[in-house]
Design a protein around this ligand. Structure first.
Ligand code: AMP
Length: 428
């Protein structure tokens, strides 16, 4: 379906064309007319479906037609700073030929940006994209102009709840006018998301475009090994293969740091990204990786969702992700667009049960690859018998691996200190 068929404003169509979109994606086809008609929406749609433009385009269009001057007209709440920046950039492109203004409010930058944010929020910015912590800091000071707010978007709502942002979201909502249009996007729809939706949305239309399986063209392989074989195996794989852009996921910051240090010591072109890094450094690392100056990026799950990096040819799960959704998100970082991709997962003894659960979700086992003999013997893959031993005969499938409360990049705060403001006609 061509974007012109939605009846969008000419200046917006120009921005869509300049961004390079030709036809609407399925989620856009479903969502855009509903938002234009004024409906609240609850949509299960993952990154890669075009969900960002699906909510940005109708919001921009409606604001071109009617917006309150000197007010925040739309508030988009997202879980991570990276996602806030990415949405703001997408918005800049799409709204380039309109006079819609926007600002991303998120943390981690230098102190000077707080006053820029304060100024924008007190004078009004048409579309504000924020992480929860910093937004609350501004709201508490009382200058944010919200009387004219028309739209509230919760993006990656499941992720926000995982990160413990429920109270923050409800607090932000308590500042908003009751009459507004609400749009909730979530990769998964657990009960807690339904509860949140009941509190925030009014008679929403429900849309389901979830991808429950990874694209078939991703070659998935797993290595069943001992924990202490992981670092030597990464090094061996990186040396013996010819991948140009490699993303390695670890479930814990500690593992990210240790692995990066080891790889640097062996002179690989590698950097790390996780929530301990300063915002500026995170942005620089991402930029280097996207532009391919950096070949290998070691990351926590901060990058498993919502971040759009093309042309990654290899994803390595250094640790087994906590659940099937995370696995699909992680390996979905490769084989984007038309390219094929490869995903390797390292399974230590402790992680076997967790991986078996993921294989169940996938509906088939992932091919197990043996490792060179020089690394010594490896454990057998026998998740069920391990689970029977471990649980005293109870065979608790989901209990295996024990989860990792607080692990990975899930719990960095939304507090922030940096901003992007764009004035009329795309001027930064
Ligand atoms: P998202 O799911 O919003 O993260 O979008 C995933 C990627 O698809 C981003 O690079 C978007 O710029 C791109 N995209 C979104 N809509 C379209 C479209 N209609 N045609 C081509 N690419 C699109």
């Amino acid at each position: 379906m061509n974007f012109k068929e939605f009846g969008l404003n000419e200046s917006l169509i120009e921005g869509i064309e300049a961004t390079g979109y030709e036809n609407a994606t399925p989620v856009q086809e479903q969502v855009i007319p509903l938002i234009l008609s004024g409906k609240d929406i609850i949509a299960s749609a993952q990154t890669g479906t075009g969900k960002t433009a699906a909510f940005l385009l109708p919001i921009i269009n409606k604001l071109i037609e009617a917006r309150s001057e000197d007010q925040v007209n739309a508030l988009v709440i997202v879980p991570t700073r990276e996602l806030a920046v990415q949405i703001a950039q997408n918005l800049e492109g799409l709204s380039y030929f309109t006079s819609i203004s926007s600002i991303a409010v998120y943390g981690g930058g230098d102190g000077s940006s707080f006053s820029t944010e304060k100024q924008a929020l007190s004078r009004g910015a048409d579309i504000v994209i924020c992480t929860p912590g910093r937004m609350i800091a501004h709201l508490n000071m009382g200058y944010v102009q919200l009387k004219g707010l028309q739209f509230l978007v919760l993006d990656e709502a499941d992720r926000m709840l995982d990160m413990g942002f429920y109270d923050d979201i409800m607090k932000i909502v308590s500042f908003l006018p009751a009459k507004r249009q609400n749009l909730l996007f979530s990769a998964t729809m657990p009960v807690k998301i339904r509860d949140l939706a009941r509190k925030i949305l009014t008679d929403p239309a429900e849309i389901n475009i979830a991808i429950s399986k990874p694209p078939a063209r991703i070659v998935q392989k797993a290595f069943v090994i001992y924990e202490n074989q992981k670092i030597p195996l990464v090094k061996s794989l990186l040396t013996s293969t010819n991948f140009k852009s490699i993303l390695i996921f670890c479930s814990k910051k500690h593992n990210v740091k240790q692995l990066t240090m080891e790889l640097k010591r062996s002179r690989f072109n590698v950097k790390e990204i996780h929530s301990d890094l300063e915002q500026q450094d995170r942005e620089q690392v991402l930029l280097d990786f996207k532009s391919r100056r950096l070949q290998i990026l070691v990351a926590t799950d901060i990058l498993s969702r919502g971040i759009d990096i093309d042309n990654i040819d290899l994803v390595i799960n250094y640790d087994v992700p906590n659940d099937g959704e995370d696995y699909i998100h992680r390996i979905g970082r490769t084989a984007r667009a038309e390219t094929d991709g490869v995903a390797y997962t390292f399974i230590s003894e402790k992680e076997q049960n967790k991986f078996a659960t993921i294989e169940e979700l996938l509906g088939k086992p992932v091919e197990k690859e043996s490792i060179p003999e020089k690394f010594g013997p490896t454990p057998a893959y026998n998740p069920r018998s391990r689970s029977r031993q471990g649980s005293g005969g109870g065979g608790a499938r989901r209990g295996g691996g024990g989860g990792r409360p607080g692990g990975g990049g899930r719990h960095f705060s939304g507090n922030n200190n940096n901003s992007r403001r764009r004035g009329p006609h795309g001027t930064p």
